[in-house]
Write a new protein. Sequence first.
Length: 220
Amino acid sequence: MIQIIGLGKAFKNETQITFRDTTFETGRSYMLLGASGCGKSTLLNMIAGVPSPTTGSILIDEKDMTAVSQKEKDRFRIEKIGYIFQDFKLIDDMTTADNIGILKLEGIDISGMDELLEVLGISEKKNAKIRHLSGGQKQRVAIARALVKKPDIILADEPTGNLNFAIGEKVIQELVKVSKGKTLIAVTHDDRLSKYFDEVIDMNEMTSSTQDTLSGKEGC
Ligand SMILES: Nc1ncnc2c1ncn2[C@@H]1O[C@H](COP(=O)(O)OP(=O)(O)OP(=O)(O)O)[C@@H](O)[C@H]1O
Ligand SMILES: [Mg+2]
Protein backbone atom coordinates (compact mmCIF):
# COMPACT_ATOMS: atom_id res chain seq x y z
CA MET A 1 0.00 0.00 0.00
CA ILE A 2 1.27 3.46 -0.91
CA GLN A 3 -0.03 6.44 1.03
CA ILE A 4 0.48 10.01 -0.18
CA ILE A 5 0.16 12.41 2.75
CA GLY A 6 0.42 16.20 2.54
CA LEU A 7 2.73 15.82 -0.44
CA GLY A 8 4.18 18.86 -2.17
CA LYS A 9 7.02 19.52 -4.56
CA ALA A 10 8.59 22.89 -5.26
CA PHE A 11 11.10 23.17 -8.08
CA LYS A 12 13.73 25.89 -8.26
CA ASN A 13 11.92 27.54 -11.18
CA GLU A 14 9.09 28.30 -8.73
CA THR A 15 6.76 25.58 -9.97
CA GLN A 16 4.94 24.24 -6.96
CA ILE A 17 2.74 21.19 -7.00
CA THR A 18 0.45 20.13 -4.17
CA PHE A 19 -0.90 16.59 -4.26
CA ARG A 20 -4.15 15.56 -2.63
CA ASP A 21 -3.87 12.74 -0.12
CA THR A 22 -4.36 9.41 -1.87
CA THR A 23 -3.90 5.73 -1.10
CA PHE A 24 -2.86 3.15 -3.67
CA GLU A 25 -3.86 -0.30 -2.42
CA THR A 26 -1.77 -3.41 -2.96
CA GLY A 27 -3.20 -5.65 -5.66
CA ARG A 28 -5.03 -2.85 -7.45
CA SER A 29 -4.31 -1.11 -10.73
CA TYR A 30 -4.60 2.64 -11.14
CA MET A 31 -4.69 4.80 -14.21
CA LEU A 32 -3.48 8.38 -13.75
CA LEU A 33 -5.02 10.90 -16.11
CA GLY A 34 -4.30 14.60 -16.20
CA ALA A 35 -3.24 17.63 -18.16
CA SER A 36 0.35 18.04 -19.22
CA GLY A 37 2.38 19.57 -16.41
CA CYS A 38 0.03 18.39 -13.64
CA GLY A 39 2.74 16.44 -11.91
CA LYS A 40 2.05 12.87 -13.00
CA SER A 41 5.68 12.04 -13.74
CA THR A 42 6.79 13.95 -10.67
CA LEU A 43 4.51 11.80 -8.50
CA LEU A 44 5.79 8.54 -10.01
CA ASN A 45 9.37 9.70 -9.64
CA MET A 46 8.89 10.66 -5.99
CA ILE A 47 7.34 7.25 -5.29
CA ALA A 48 10.46 5.78 -6.92
CA GLY A 49 12.61 7.87 -4.57
CA VAL A 50 14.00 10.62 -6.82
CA PRO A 51 13.38 13.52 -6.42
CA SER A 52 12.48 13.90 -2.76
CA PRO A 53 9.29 15.78 -1.96
CA THR A 54 9.53 19.27 -0.52
CA THR A 55 6.74 18.61 1.98
CA GLY A 56 4.75 15.63 3.16
CA SER A 57 5.32 11.91 3.16
CA ILE A 58 5.10 8.83 1.01
CA LEU A 59 4.38 5.77 3.13
CA ILE A 60 5.00 2.38 1.58
CA ASP A 61 3.52 -0.44 3.64
CA GLU A 62 3.36 2.09 6.46
CA LYS A 63 7.04 2.95 6.30
CA ASP A 64 7.81 6.62 5.69
CA MET A 65 10.09 6.42 2.65
CA THR A 66 10.77 10.15 2.78
CA ALA A 67 12.50 9.67 6.14
CA VAL A 68 15.04 7.06 5.03
CA SER A 69 18.49 7.63 3.49
CA GLN A 70 18.93 8.00 -0.29
CA LYS A 71 20.87 4.72 -0.24
CA GLU A 72 17.91 2.90 1.28
CA LYS A 73 15.54 4.53 -1.21
CA ASP A 74 17.78 3.42 -4.08
CA ARG A 75 17.91 -0.14 -2.76
CA PHE A 76 14.12 -0.18 -2.38
CA ARG A 77 13.69 1.04 -5.96
CA ILE A 78 16.08 -1.56 -7.36
CA GLU A 79 14.44 -4.43 -5.46
CA LYS A 80 10.79 -3.52 -5.23
CA ILE A 81 9.88 -1.08 -7.99
CA GLY A 82 9.48 -1.83 -11.68
CA TYR A 83 9.57 1.42 -13.68
CA ILE A 84 8.43 1.49 -17.28
CA PHE A 85 9.43 4.56 -19.25
CA GLN A 86 7.63 6.03 -22.23
CA ASP A 87 10.82 6.02 -24.30
CA PHE A 88 11.71 2.44 -23.27
CA LYS A 89 15.29 3.26 -22.14
CA LEU A 90 16.61 0.10 -23.79
CA ILE A 91 20.05 -0.28 -25.32
CA ASP A 92 19.50 -0.52 -29.08
CA ASP A 93 22.66 -2.42 -29.91
CA MET A 94 22.01 -5.14 -27.36
CA THR A 95 19.57 -8.03 -27.58
CA THR A 96 16.37 -8.40 -25.57
CA ALA A 97 18.05 -11.00 -23.33
CA ASP A 98 21.06 -8.76 -22.72
CA ASN A 99 18.92 -5.72 -21.95
CA ILE A 100 17.26 -7.76 -19.22
CA GLY A 101 20.43 -9.67 -18.28
CA ILE A 102 22.16 -6.40 -17.45
CA LEU A 103 20.02 -6.29 -14.28
CA LYS A 104 22.19 -9.07 -12.84
CA LEU A 105 24.79 -6.36 -12.24
CA GLU A 106 22.39 -4.91 -9.67
CA GLY A 107 22.02 -8.30 -8.02
CA ILE A 108 18.60 -8.96 -9.55
CA ASP A 109 17.51 -12.54 -10.19
CA ILE A 110 16.34 -12.72 -13.81
CA SER A 111 15.27 -16.36 -13.79
CA GLY A 112 11.68 -15.36 -14.60
CA MET A 113 12.71 -13.81 -17.93
CA ASP A 114 11.72 -16.61 -20.32
CA GLU A 115 8.28 -16.98 -18.79
CA LEU A 116 7.65 -13.24 -19.02
CA LEU A 117 8.81 -13.05 -22.64
CA GLU A 118 6.41 -15.91 -23.35
CA VAL A 119 3.44 -14.22 -21.63
CA LEU A 120 4.21 -10.97 -23.45
CA GLY A 121 4.49 -12.78 -26.79
CA ILE A 122 8.07 -11.83 -27.60
CA SER A 123 9.95 -15.09 -26.93
CA GLU A 124 11.12 -15.25 -30.52
CA LYS A 125 12.76 -11.84 -30.06
CA LYS A 126 14.91 -12.96 -27.14
CA ASN A 127 18.12 -12.87 -29.16
CA ALA A 128 17.16 -10.04 -31.49
CA LYS A 129 18.77 -6.64 -31.16
CA ILE A 130 16.44 -3.95 -29.86
CA ARG A 131 17.01 -1.82 -32.97
CA HIS A 132 15.31 -4.53 -35.04
CA LEU A 133 12.11 -4.56 -32.97
CA SER A 134 8.87 -2.67 -33.56
CA GLY A 135 7.64 -0.05 -31.08
CA GLY A 136 5.16 -2.48 -29.53
CA GLN A 137 7.82 -5.17 -29.17
CA LYS A 138 10.23 -2.70 -27.55
CA GLN A 139 7.55 -1.69 -25.08
CA ARG A 140 6.97 -5.35 -24.21
CA VAL A 141 10.73 -5.77 -23.59
CA ALA A 142 10.61 -2.70 -21.33
CA ILE A 143 7.70 -4.27 -19.44
CA ALA A 144 9.54 -7.59 -19.12
CA ARG A 145 12.63 -5.80 -17.83
CA ALA A 146 10.58 -3.93 -15.22
CA LEU A 147 8.67 -7.03 -14.15
CA VAL A 148 11.45 -9.64 -14.07
CA LYS A 149 12.52 -8.65 -10.57
CA LYS A 150 8.98 -9.43 -9.38
CA PRO A 151 8.47 -5.92 -8.03
CA ASP A 152 5.75 -5.09 -5.52
CA ILE A 153 5.09 -1.79 -7.26
CA ILE A 154 4.92 -1.11 -10.98
CA LEU A 155 5.11 2.47 -12.19
CA ALA A 156 4.46 3.08 -15.87
CA ASP A 157 4.80 6.57 -17.34
CA GLU A 158 2.81 6.70 -20.56
CA PRO A 159 3.74 3.14 -21.50
CA THR A 160 1.71 3.36 -24.69
CA GLY A 161 2.60 6.93 -25.62
CA ASN A 162 4.62 5.83 -28.65
CA LEU A 163 2.21 3.17 -29.87
CA ASN A 164 -0.88 3.30 -32.04
CA PHE A 165 -4.15 2.67 -30.20
CA ALA A 166 -4.64 -0.98 -31.11
CA ILE A 167 -1.11 -1.98 -30.09
CA GLY A 168 -1.21 0.30 -27.05
CA GLU A 169 -4.45 -1.31 -25.92
CA LYS A 170 -2.90 -4.77 -26.23
CA VAL A 171 0.21 -3.68 -24.31
CA ILE A 172 -1.97 -2.24 -21.51
CA GLN A 173 -3.99 -5.47 -21.29
CA GLU A 174 -0.75 -7.42 -21.00
CA LEU A 175 0.72 -4.99 -18.49
CA VAL A 176 -2.38 -5.29 -16.27
CA LYS A 177 -2.25 -9.08 -16.61
CA VAL A 178 1.40 -9.44 -15.60
CA SER A 179 0.90 -6.91 -12.77
CA LYS A 180 -1.81 -8.96 -11.04
CA GLY A 181 -1.44 -8.94 -7.27
CA LYS A 182 0.90 -5.93 -7.35
CA THR A 183 0.27 -2.22 -7.16
CA LEU A 184 0.20 -0.83 -10.68
CA ILE A 185 0.14 2.91 -11.34
CA ALA A 186 0.10 3.82 -15.01
CA VAL A 187 -0.02 7.29 -16.52
CA THR A 188 -1.90 7.51 -19.76
CA HIS A 189 -3.63 10.27 -21.66
CA ASP A 190 -6.06 7.91 -23.34
CA ASP A 191 -9.27 7.44 -21.39
CA ARG A 192 -10.33 4.64 -23.77
CA LEU A 193 -7.90 2.52 -21.74
CA SER A 194 -9.62 3.22 -18.42
CA LYS A 195 -11.73 0.06 -18.55
CA TYR A 196 -8.65 -2.08 -18.00
CA PHE A 197 -7.86 -0.54 -14.61
CA ASP A 198 -9.48 -1.00 -11.21
CA GLU A 199 -9.50 2.73 -10.65
CA VAL A 200 -8.95 5.96 -12.56
CA ILE A 201 -7.43 8.90 -10.74
CA ASP A 202 -7.81 12.31 -12.30
CA MET A 203 -4.67 14.23 -11.43
CA ASN A 204 -6.36 17.49 -12.32
CA GLU A 205 -8.44 16.91 -9.21
CA MET A 206 -5.51 15.55 -7.26
CA THR A 207 -3.05 18.39 -7.77
CA SER A 208 -2.90 22.11 -7.77
CA SER A 209 0.15 23.68 -9.23
CA THR A 210 1.62 27.12 -9.60
CA GLN A 211 3.44 27.10 -12.86
CA ASP A 212 6.64 28.88 -13.69
CA THR A 213 5.34 32.13 -15.12
CA LEU A 214 8.18 32.25 -17.65
CA SER A 215 7.22 28.92 -19.16
CA GLY A 216 3.82 30.25 -20.18
CA LYS A 217 2.25 26.86 -19.54
CA GLU A 218 -1.28 26.56 -18.31
CA GLY A 219 -1.94 25.39 -14.80
CA CYS A 220 -3.96 22.29 -13.96
N1 LIG B 1 13.34 18.92 -12.71
C1 LIG B 1 12.43 19.90 -12.82
N2 LIG B 1 12.78 21.19 -12.62
C2 LIG B 1 11.88 22.16 -12.70
N3 LIG B 1 10.57 21.98 -12.95
C3 LIG B 1 10.16 20.72 -13.16
C4 LIG B 1 11.06 19.60 -13.09
N4 LIG B 1 10.36 18.47 -13.32
C5 LIG B 1 9.10 18.86 -13.53
N5 LIG B 1 8.96 20.19 -13.42
C6 LIG B 1 7.74 20.97 -13.55
O1 LIG B 1 6.74 20.39 -12.72
C7 LIG B 1 5.49 20.36 -13.37
C8 LIG B 1 5.02 18.92 -13.42
O2 LIG B 1 5.84 18.19 -14.32
P1 LIG B 1 5.58 16.67 -14.66
O3 LIG B 1 6.66 16.23 -15.57
O4 LIG B 1 5.41 15.93 -13.40
O5 LIG B 1 4.18 16.76 -15.40
P2 LIG B 1 3.32 15.63 -16.13
O6 LIG B 1 1.96 15.64 -15.50
O7 LIG B 1 4.06 14.35 -16.11
O8 LIG B 1 3.21 16.21 -17.61
P3 LIG B 1 3.21 15.43 -19.03
O9 LIG B 1 1.82 14.90 -19.23
O10 LIG B 1 3.52 16.52 -20.01
O11 LIG B 1 4.27 14.37 -19.00
C9 LIG B 1 5.70 21.01 -14.72
O12 LIG B 1 5.32 22.36 -14.64
C10 LIG B 1 7.18 20.90 -14.97
O13 LIG B 1 7.67 21.97 -15.75
MG1 LIG C 1 4.97 13.19 -17.59
